[in-house]
Design a protein around this ligand. Structure first.
Ligand SMILES: Nc1ncnc2c1ncn2[C@@H]1O[C@H](COP(=O)(O)OP(=O)(O)OP(=O)(O)O)[C@@H](O)[C@H]1O
Length: 284
């Protein structure tokens, strides 16, 4: 077990020798006034892997994603995506990423197709290729039959799939998903997991997601980093994290309590947080 930058990194074995890094951060930090939301983050993600950022409410996960997607400038530190510097080359970064935010990003008063058309224009997809690309992505997300229905009549799972479709329309190299399955029922959650997995396996898309669910990380992620109070605590594969605490059936709470100890934000458990968040909240 290697100690890196004051946190524990379990993924330093031969299986994890970097072949090609698509994302790296160096001491990435974001402060809001005197409050440090993300504190000296050092992570690296390999091309084609699924990387999960885990942590309780307020850990800093969304702030990391907002910096990496160029929506929020870092206070200090650096990050590079596909060779582009998030601070000086934001246009380059935006061309190679897709982003599904926590907040609702589809318009309920439009059809699925119309929502995708807006994104096709935003991404500058040439007019002659738009319809074909939209049809392809609708088919990939299994939404063809609903494409002409208003999104306000979609289920939570269908909305999530449409939001992912919007984010992959321009075939990004790396897809950011902020809490992709919050508020979804188990069937819809499994569907989203399968589609994200297919995206990675079939098209080599690198996946960077935040989640509260160890189950989700187990299903989707090659490696995860656990954050608390802005700091990265431990990084490794889900199996490594569980094995490291000697409990193969460990929950994220078990792993988290083991490593975070008294740094745990009081009163917040992953399961509680997950339970209290619903799609209706996303829909406002
Ligand atoms: N614009 C902002 N101004 C001030 N504080 C902020 C701002 N954005 C985030 N924070 C604070 O930074 C901390 C990290 O927030 P962030 O949303 O990144 O956490 P998170 O791990 O994504 O939590 P959640 O799971 O609830 O989304 C929180 O304490 C939050 O209140």
């Amino acid at each position: 077990m290697a100690k890196l930058m004051g946190k524990t990194d379990l993924s330093q074995g031969s299986a994890s020798i970097p072949n090609s890094l698509i994302l790296t951060t160096q001491s990435l930090t974001r402060c809001f006034d005197n409050f440090t939301a993300v504190d000296e983050l050092n992570i690296s993600v390999q091309t084609g892997e699924a990387f999960g950022l885990l942590g309780p409410n307020g850990a800093g996960k969304s702030t990391v994603i907002k910096m990496l997607t160029t929506l929020l400038p870092p206070s200090r530190g650096k990050a590079h995506l596909a060779g582009y510097d998030i601070s000086g080359q934001s246009d380059g970064v935006r061309r190679v990423i897709g982003y599904v935010p926590q907040a609702l990003s589809a318009d309920g008063s439009l059809t699925g197709y119309e929502n995708l058309l807006i994104f096709a224009k935003l991404y500058d997809i040439p007019a002659r290729r738009r319809e074909k690309q939209i049809r392809e992505v609708l088919s990939f997300m299994d939404l063809q039959s609903a494409s002409d229905r208003l999104v306000r009549n979609y289920s939570g799972g269908m909305i999530r799939k449409l939001e992912i479709a919007q984010a992959i329309l321009h075939q990004p190299q790396i897809l950011f998903l902020d809490e992709p399955t919050v508020g979804l029922d188990p069937v819809a959650r499994t569907q989203v997991w399968q589609l994200v997995q297919e995206l990675r396996v079939n098209f080599g898309t690198t996946i960077f997601l935040t989640t509260h669910f160890l189950e989700e990380a187990d299903s989707l992620c090659n490696r995860v980093a656990i954050m608390n109070q802005g700091r990265e605590i431990i990084t490794g594969s889900p199996a490594e994290l569980k094995a490291a605490i000697g409990k193969p059936d460990a929950t994220l709470d078990d792993v988290f309590i083991h490593y975070a100890g008294n740094q745990l934000t009081s009163g917040v458990s992953y399961s509680e947080t997950a339970r209290t968040r619903r799609t209706t909240q996303r829909l406002g």
